[in-house]
Design a binder for this molecule. Structure first.
Ligand SMILES: Cc1cc2nc3c(=O)[nH]c(=O)nc-3n(C[C@H](O)[C@H](O)[C@H](O)COP(=O)(O)OP(=O)(O)OC[C@H]3O[C@@H](n4cnc5c(N)ncnc54)[C@H](O)[C@@H]3O)c2cc1C
Ligand SMILES: NC(=O)C1=CN([C@@H]2O[C@H](COP(=O)(O)OP(=O)(O)OC[C@H]3O[C@@H](n4cnc5c(N)ncnc54)[C@H](OP(=O)(O)O)[C@@H]3O)[C@@H](O)[C@H]2O)C=CC1
Ligand SMILES: O=C(O)C(=O)Cc1c[nH]c2ccccc12
Length: 428
């Protein structure tokens, strides 16, 4: 809400020398939100409806960097649109059931405009710590465009909205640097067009790996999918309705283990035995494993039939790479022209947030790990919030955003009532 009127009387920001070595400190009005993806936008929009000002810091040069710059062309939401809407704004009626990433981006841009969310772009947050003496979060952001200049922002409230997919995970496999062909992460893959006629090894069998193999096939490439521990594949739809929607309805009445059992029964009838084709199913059911570890089931949009027909070949875990190919853990060797690491993502929170309460050492929400997702959005009374770390996709992000913003709004009103000093009109 930069540039928007402040909601009430607050102390005047006083530039000062920062303890972190940043050039100056700006006390901003309302919370600092780190990240302008769907989670950051949702919490900002909700704050705006509560008339609470905020400052959004985003490392990229636009909103929703993941969706804009780190996803492939054919990507569609794999949950029906009703499960992917952010708070306070429906998708347009003419959107298809499974909106494309371009539809989704169009929605996010109009969402940001509608709720007056204007992030400060090109600001990478490199450090945030709670200054207990001042009861403020001190947040250092570096601006590459400004020659790496660091600025410190301060606020009693900090919302972490940098996402579960902030950084790529690329495995260290013996000999990878010796491989002569192209190696890329799935976040850099756009389309199979330029791989036509080439043998491509896709490492990983999550939704990215599966959809990239499908896309490669459709562009006349020859994909091989390397599988380490297996995955649950479910049809995206069952009995003409979305599998996810059916699962959500069943969960209202039945325990998760029973719902998982039913999903797997139908999946078996519709898809057949995935293990027979090299895709082992994990021991825990698809919803339970998602809840416990965050590992998503594959919602199949066409790759499965290509695996069955042998157009996508399943290969084991890679043991090592050579100049022209890979050796697998079963001892077989194959030549490849390119390797795509569809090996997932990780949070970057541990690299910048100094906090031992809300996040685990690997940057996941602690409460989500302890299976208390309804609890995971607020730190223990030090003004720290996290939005979008519940392992429940856009739906979870929206729910977190509503709770975090309502809580901050209550505290903001108290803070404004208590704070002396003149009114000021903009947040930074
Ligand atoms: C390929 C793909 C498809 C997906 N499809 C679906 C789907 O169909 N349905 C669903 O529910 N979920 C889906 N997801 C899950 C996805 O994580 C969420 O949809 C959504 O993007 C989460 O939003 P977010 O704002 O929490 O995180 P992100 O979208 O990752 O946004 C985080 C933002 O924070 C910024 N940022 C990160 N670090 C810093 C920093 N240090 N300083 C400043 N800014 C920073 C990033 O640049 C980014 O703009 C998908 C994920 C992927 C990878
Ligand atoms: N259409 C859509 O809506 C899409 C949604 N998504 C979502 O994006 C998120 C990320 O998905 P995705 O990018 O597929 O990542 P995932 O984390 O879901 O999958 C990563 C895959 O890489 C494998 N892997 C990781 N490290 C190694 C290694 N060292 N050696 C071998 N294999 C390895 C994993 O195997 P293992 O299990 O053995 O660790 C797993 O199969 C998910 O939430 C997913 O649902 C993604 C694409 C499309
Ligand atoms: O795309 C994802 O992985 C998501 O996070 C969406 C999502 C939330 N809960 C789920 C349960 C089953 C499949 C996908 C999801």
């Amino acid at each position: 809400m930069q540039g928007q009127e402040a909601a009430g009387a607050t102390p005047t920001p006083r530039p000062e020398k920062s303890s972190a070595g940043a050039e100056c400190c700006q006390l901003v009005q309302g919370p600092i939100i780190v990240g302008a993806g769907p989670s950051g936008l949702a919490v900002a929009a909700t704050l705006s409806r509560h008339a609470v000002p905020f400052t959004v810091l985003e490392r990229s040069d636009g909103i929703a960097d993941l969706w804009t710059n780190r996803t492939y062309d054919r990507l569609r939401l794999h949950l029906p649109k009703v499960f992917c809407e952010l708070p306070h704004a429906r998708f347009p009626a003419d959107f298809p059931t499974y909106p494309s990433k371009h539809d989704f981006l169009r929605y996010l841009r109009s969402y940001a405009a509608r709720f007056g969310v204007s992030p400060l772009f090109g600001r990478t947050v490199t450090r945030a710590r709670f200054d207990a003496a001042a009861a403020l979060w001190r947040v250092t952001a570096v601006s590459a465009a400004d020659g790496g200049r660091a600025t410190e922002y301060a606020s009693p409230w900090l919302v972490v909205a940098t996402g579960e997919n902030a950084e790529v995970v690329v495995p260290r496999v013996k000999g990878m640097e010796r491989f002569d062909g192209e190696v890329l992460h799935s976040s850099a893959y756009r389309s199979g067009e330029r791989f036509k006629g080439r043998r491509v090894l896709v490492v990983g069998c999550g939704n990215s790996g599966m959809e990239m193999c499908l896309d490669l096939c459709e562009h006349g490439a020859k994909p091989f999918m390397s599988v380490r521990s297996g995955v649950h594949v479910l049809p995206r739809e069952m009995f003409g309705s979305s599998t996810f929607g059916i699962a959500m309805s069943l969960l209202k009445w039945l325990p998760i283990k029973v719902v998982d059992w039913l999903l797997l029964l139908v999946a078996r009838l519709v898809l057949g035995d995935t293990e027979k084709h090299g895709l082992r199913r994990p021991k825990l059911g698809p919803l339970e494993i998602k809840n416990i570890t965050g590992k998503s089931p594959v919602l199949d949009v066409g790759a499965w039939s290509l695996i069955k027909s042998g157009n996508i070949k399943i290969v084991p875990e890679v043991e090592s790479f050579s100049g022209n190919g890979a050796r697998f853990v079963d001892g077989n060797e194959m030549a490849f022209d390119a390797v795509i690491c569809a090996t997932g993502y990780r949070s970057n929170v541990p690299s910048w947030l100094k906090d031992g309460e809300l996040f685990t050492e690997d940057g996941k929400a602690k409460a989500q790990q302890q299976q208390q997702p309804s609890n995971q959005w607020r730190g223990p009374n030090n003004g720290l919030y996290c939005v979008g770390f519940s392992g429940r996709g856009l739906l979870g992000a929206g729910a977190d955003a509503l709770r975090a913003a309502a809580d901050i709004a209550g505290r903001w009103q108290e803070w404004v009532a208590a704070a002396p000093g003149p009114k000021i009109s903009s947040s930074v």
